[in-house]
Design a protein around this ligand. Sequence first.
Ligand SMILES: *[C@@H]1O[C@H](CO)[C@@H](O)[C@H](O)[C@H]1NC(C)=O
Ligand SMILES: *[C@@H]1O[C@H](CO)[C@@H](O)[C@H](O)[C@H]1NC(C)=O
Ligand SMILES: *[C@@H]1O[C@H](CO)[C@@H](O)[C@H](O)[C@H]1NC(C)=O
Ligand SMILES: *[C@@H]1O[C@H](CO)[C@@H](O)[C@H](O)[C@H]1NC(C)=O
Ligand SMILES: *[C@@H]1O[C@H](CO)[C@@H](O)[C@H](O)[C@H]1NC(C)=O
Ligand SMILES: *[C@@H]1O[C@H](CO)[C@@H](O)[C@H](O)[C@H]1NC(C)=O
Ligand SMILES: *[C@@H]1O[C@H](CO)[C@@H](O)[C@H](O)[C@H]1NC(C)=O
Length: 362
Amino acid sequence: MVRLSLALVLSQVASSVSASAYIQYSTITGYFLQDDNSTNATTFDYTATNFGLINQTYPTDGANAASLTQWQRFAGLVANLTKTAPSNVQYKLLFLGRHGEGWHNAAESYYGTPAWNCYWSLLDGNATATWSDAHLTDNGIAQAQTAHAFWLSRIQQEKIPTPQTYYTSPLYRCLSTANLTFSGLPLPKDRPFRPTIKALLREGISEHTCDRRSNRTYIHVQFPTYKFEPGFPETDQLWTGVTAETSTAQDARSKTLLDGIFGADKSTYISFTSHSGEIASLLRVLRHRAFSLSTGAAIPVLVRAEKVAAGTSTVSAQPWTASPHCTVPPVSSVSGGASGGCVCPGGVAPVTTMLPPFAASA
Ligand SMILES: *[C@@H]1O[C@H](CO)[C@@H](O)[C@H](O)[C@H]1NC(C)=O
Ligand SMILES: *[C@@H]1O[C@H](CO)[C@@H](O)[C@H](O)[C@H]1NC(C)=O
Ligand SMILES: *[C@@H]1O[C@H](CO)[C@@H](O)[C@H](O)[C@H]1NC(C)=O
Ligand SMILES: *[C@@H]1O[C@H](CO)[C@@H](O)[C@H](O)[C@H]1NC(C)=O
Ligand SMILES: *[C@@H]1O[C@H](CO)[C@@H](O)[C@H](O)[C@H]1NC(C)=O
Ligand SMILES: *[C@@H]1O[C@H](CO)[C@@H](O)[C@H](O)[C@H]1NC(C)=O
Ligand SMILES: *[C@@H]1O[C@H](CO)[C@@H](O)[C@H](O)[C@H]1NC(C)=O
């Protein structure tokens, strides 16, 4: 009950924001292939394209440009943007990384999306795999190791500016992906890998058990060097198992997250380790085009944030909703429809309340 009411508070607070000043975000295009409409996200490989950084000269290139890499010259451009920005404007380069494949991703592929959504996702796992706060599969670990090798090559070959701050979702697959990606890199002394766990960087909060986080004590034991943001509670206060965050509510909290970071973090280069749905939401708020990432992939986004005075920003966040599901495995499923595509055995109508075997564990 406590968990449910907190979730309702989250959705109500977000439902309409009227502010005397607010931050307006936009993506600066023309530097990365990913923000070009003609780049196909499905086939795009960030490791084969220098993170998508377009080969070009910049007006800020100096006399020594020929001896510098593309990333070094891009860093010069960003430094110039930052230095010449009016006081109400900030520029940051965000590296948004999606976690490697987790057991929940493997299960969705194994059972098919409708059967996953209608039944299996609500369980903690099956006889051989656990996907409640899913860990990485071997494939997911390999994807994070690919990201590690790629960052290493960018540092060595391109002298890429490495992140000054690292943030990660509290879900295990992200904590683990960030660790495998960034641990052991030759990072500058003043830019160590010392991530902060941010509650609002988590995945869209559905009824699926993969969206319920582990307790703080467990996270600390597993990742002792990670910092928790102030006020990070011991137990998950947001996952209810009964209703799911809507995408408008998710966008409102993504904006809250960004406002917090842009308001307090002076860093220009920032790494986020997060999820497909949450990165999609961040890209909407940042007014970047849709660009879906495969597991383990990352995208850089050059962001302009402008604090605009007096006005009302209406973020209309819809309240959380319940999703239909079956209480035994569905015989068949179809896409969409009022029953959420769930076709339950024996012609039984899908339900939206939680009955056994979906005992909401604490
Ligand atoms: C990219 O696509 C969006 C949506 O279709 C459109 O609004 C925008 O103008 C396009 N941008 C360019 C540079 O073509
Ligand atoms: C992107 O590539 C995929 C896979 O090759 C293809 O199915 C899809 O049609 C392409 N999308 C566009 C917009 O070209
Ligand atoms: C830029 O040029 C380098 C070296 O020729 C190449 O490896 C890289 O893929 C190019 N990047 C893009 C985005 O085309
Ligand atoms: C930075 O950019 C401004 C505007 O383009 C330009 O006037 C200035 O010379 C640049 N500074 C450097 C160091 O490149
Ligand atoms: C359990 O799900 C995993 C995918 O997460 C799958 O590989 C495995 O075969 C499933 N086990 C059983 C007993 O069905
Ligand atoms: C973190 O990464 C290091 C280096 O790859 C590895 O030795 C360690 O086991 C990882 N820890 C966790 C909890 O994943
Ligand atoms: C925290 O989570 C761990 C792992 O799931 C569990 O063993 C432990 O009992 C939990 N601690 C508390 C206080 O609930």
